[in-house]
Design a protein around this ligand. Structure first.
Ligand code: ARG
Length: 280
């Protein structure tokens, strides 16, 4: 696979709606415009295709409105699929639905024992995995994932309910496997003091995002190491990324934000083994 090429799995928002509230972004009182959500989702998919990436889709299941947030469906590192196990019963059936897709497509799968919400809380950067906890993923899952992949897993405590998944507060910009040139951006106040210190130690040159970009979920972005797809309202962040040499692509996912997710939430990265390029 050429360097920089990515393999994504996405789920169309056919059944997307806000029928329950499990994060502070969700509000049942305003109806969701499914047609608009679909148009925005298609634009996101087409952006990846235009960049030359591979996008596969999973069949959406009626009654699972949050299934559009594919990043939560599993975590795939070195071709090994670690299944999701959801905190809330409303999303429980998504775990088996995604796991079945991977099993049907010939992947080696591992059924998780502990609660974890996929790439929402497990982000690969270089040889290590950054793992969020505090709202959704159980810290016991961090150890389970470390054993499965044989990788260092760094636990980071999240403290602000608006940033309930790690991928709402931190984006992996570059993460070539085993090489030192990793790059991340994050919003420090979303993390406990100890986690902030850990991040400072690990990534002294990280890009620190401000509140105005964080509150539009600007950090819920997707990077292929060169291009960063993000909310066009995250203007400060986009400027800072361009200064660092990234090409930014604004894709409006405002209707999907109604469920508490942005571009990254809708995008699951399939990392194959061996992974010469270390897809972030
Ligand atoms: N409504 C979903 C939830 O609260 C949104 C998930 C967003 N996904 C993400 N990767 N942060 O579970």
């Amino acid at each position: 696979m050429p360097a920089g090429h990515r393999h994504y799995l996405m789920c169309p928002p056919t059944h997307f709606t806000v029928s329950y509230e499990i994060n502070p972004w969700m509000d049942r009182s305003t109806p969701v415009d499914t047609a608009l959500a679909t148009a925005q989702w298609e634009r996101l998919r087409d952006t990846y295709l235009d960049l030359g990436h591979t996008v596969e889709t999973i069949e959406p299941v009626p009654g699972l409105p949050d299934m559009v947030y594919a990043a939560n469906g599993a975590t795939v590192v070195d071709g090994l699929v670690y299944s999701a196990r959801f905190t809330h019963p409303e999303r429980a059936a998504e775990g088996p639905a995604y796991l079945k897709w991977f099993a049907d497509h010939g992947y080696v799968t591992h059924l998780a024992e502990h609660v974890n919400e996929g790439e929402g809380d497990l982000l690969t950067v270089g040889g290590r995995v950054l793992a969020g906890t505090g709202f959704r993923t159980d810290r016991a899952a961090h150890a389970e994932a470390a054993a499965l992949w044989g990788r260092e897993v760094v636990t980071l405590d999240l403290v602000d309910p608006r940033f309930y998944h790690l991928d709402t507060a931190l984006v992996v910009l570059r993460g070539t496997d085993g090489a030192p040139d990793t790059d991340v951006a994050y919003y420090p106040p979303a993390f406990s003091p100890a986690a902030q210190e850990r991040l400072r130690d690990l990534y002294p040159d990280a890009l620190l995002a401000g509140e105005e970009d964080a509150v539009v979920l600007g950090l819920n972005a997707v990077s292929d190491g060169t291009h960063v797809v993000l909310n066009p309202r995250a203007t400060h962040l986009a400027g800072a990324l361009r200064e660092r040499g990234y090409e930014t692509l604004g894709v409006d996912t405002s209707e999907l934000l109604r469920g508490g997710g942005g571009a990254k939430c809708c995008t699951l990265t399939i990392r194959h083994a061996p992974d010469p390029d270390g897809a972030p």
